[in-house]
Design a protein around this ligand. Structure first.
Ligand code: HEC
Ligand code: HEC
Length: 448
């Protein structure tokens, strides 16, 4: 299937040009992310062997007794659950499981298929491909630094990494195992696992411990050492003057800081809260979907069902509403962490924005108008120069260990943005038309 032919049905019946949406830029952008000679698996990901070698280079040694660079030991300890201490045995077991496609129904998909170590622990495509070439409705976030998040998934429906890891294995379009038993059966009898579980947990292998082992491995993926962090730490030369101007805008005129707080004690750039920033409004009839969702949840309120609806159906667009049933949460998603953002595109819960220029264009015009839009989203009247400054700043948030890939993607995104800026709307951004007028006059009525 070609993602290029997808068209977004905007509210008021406008259809955004089907042309070059995120999926179509996928080729050049993903190709820029990594040299082409990488050996690849069936879904385009680097092979597990290759990823493990890369991981070894990224993290030659992990000293679990030490807190990660930049973290006070007491602060770090707060991120480790009491019932899952970070031991070498658990991390080692979790690493094996994370890269093992035997945990999927057709043996072709592992966690690392969609969270590829050579692609910023995401897949760098708009929405992810699971078993049988099925595509879900959501973009795969990176697993880097997820240890530091308060809730997981775009809608926050999972409380911990240990819990989260149990869901994709059973999701019918991701790894597709029919049930927990089948997943355990797939690895039972394999000596390294039989032994690994005993050493890590002191008992027979079981599904809950499998989640804990994967969670333990993911907690080692802390990558917060960015040029921006060095700048904040007192090195003024760590980022360019252009990026410094972007940082000013981030805190001031562009008002990003209200939802993406960034400071030494909160380096992630997320408030861990849920907002409708007008991305989902591009696609859907919220009211109809909400009714459908309430009915579906009434029939089956299990967390597995919720996972299926969120990832595999149009109800995905309801976001946090699926978890709370609260109208105010319609179309709202957790503010994503924006560390390493340069290498984790395309962007937003649906992967609809290919470049960070698209992201700023989206905010600049005040998002897509809808009844549930967050009050903090308004046209920003940013100039072209200011947009470039904000983008330059965002590219300084990538850990220095990914510097080469970050630079390659910066150049590829810039080239793509020079070609096409699909989400740019100067009239709205500069407040020459207001959403209200657009509603009344229709898209053609713009005084441009
Ligand atoms: C088929 C692709 C695919 C596979 C396989 C997959 N994931 Fe994901 N992952 C996603 C998508 C898409 C999301 C976002 C789903 C959502 O928010 O509803 C996600 C979300 C996550 C998150 C939450 C990140 C955040 O910022 O909230 C974590 C952690 C994660 N996955 C880890 C894993 C682990 C561990 C495995 C293996 C057990 C795995 N994933 C398998 C695609 C995949
Ligand atoms: C009202 C809160 C809010 C404000 C203000 C805000 N954001 Fe966001 N941001 C979010 C939410 C929520 C999402 C996810 C939305 C979605 O996927 O539907 C997001 C997504 C993003 C993403 C994509 C992340 C990813 O991994 O896909 C980037 C980059 C980003 N914001 C940067 C910015 C910048 C730069 C500004 C200022 C111009 C800004 N944000 C202002 C809440 C906000």
């Amino acid at each position: 299937m070609s993602l290029c032919t997808v068209s977004f049905k905007a509210r008021r019946g406008r259809t955004l040009s089907a042309g070059l949406i995120a999926g179509c830029l996928l080729g050049p952008l993903a190709a820029a992310a990594a040299p082409p000679e990488i050996p690849r698996g069936q879904h385009g990901e680097a092979t597990a062997e290759y990823q493990l070698e890369e991981l070894q280079k990224l993290m030659p040694q992990v000293d679990l007794a030490e807190s990660p660079a930049g973290f006070d030991p007491v602060v770090w300890a707060a991120f480790i659950p009491e019932d899952n201490p970070l031991t070498p045995e658990r991390v080692e077991l979790g690493r094996k499981l994370f890269f093992d496609a035997r945990l999927s129904d057709d043996g072709s998909v592992s966690c690392a298929t969609c969270h590829d170590a050579t692609r910023g622990f995401t897949d760098q495509i708009p929405v992810s491909e699971g078993i049988g070439g099925q595509f879900g409705k959501r973009n795969a976030p990176t697993v880097l630094n997820t240890a530091l998040l308060q809730t997981l998934f775009w809608d926050g429906r999972s409380p911990t990494l240990d819990h989260q890891a149990r869901l994709p294995i059973l999701n019918p379009i991701e790894m597709g195992m029919p049930n927990e038993e089948a997943a355990i059966k797939a690895i039972r009898g394999i000596p390294e696992y039989e032994e690994g579980f005993k050493k890590a947990f002191g008992r027979e292998m079981n599904y809950e411990d499998l989640g804990k082992a994967i969670g333990a491995f993911e907690r080692t993926l802390v990558f917060v050492d960015s040029p921006f962090r060095r700048f904040l730490g007192g090195d003024p030369g760590a980022i360019s003057p252009e990026a410094q101007a972007g940082w000013e805008l981030f805190n001031g005129k562009a008002r990003c800081m209200t939802c993406h707080p960034m400071n030494p004690s909160n380096p992630l750039g997320t408030d861990n809260r849920f907002h409708n920033v007008g991305v989902s409004a591009r696609h859907q009839d919220f009211e109809g979907l909400a009714q459908q969702a309430l009915k579906a949840i009434q029939e089956d309120a299990s967390e597995q069902k919720l996972d299926e609806l969120a990832i595999g159906t149009d109800m995905s667009e309801l976001g946090r509403f699926m978890v709370t049933g609260n109208r105010a949460d319609i179309g709202s998603f957790r503010t994503p962490l924006i560390l390493n953002i340069g290498i984790t595109g395309p962007y937003m819960h649906d992967g609809s924005l290919a470049t960070l220029w698209d992201v700023i264009d989206h905010y600049n015009k005040g998002g897509e108008d809808n009844p549930f839009l967050d009050g903090g989203i308004e046209p920003l009247a940013l100039s072209e120069e200011e947009i470039d400054q904000l983008v330059a700043f965002l590219f300084t948030l990538t850990d220095v260990r990914f510097a080469d890939q970050n630079q390659r993607l910066f150049e590829a995104q810039r080239a793509a943005a020079n070609e096409q800026r699909l989400f740019r709307d100067d009239a709205a951004a500069q407040r020459r038309t207001l959403p209200f007028e657009q509603r009344v006059m229709g898209a053609q009525g713009k005084p441009e």
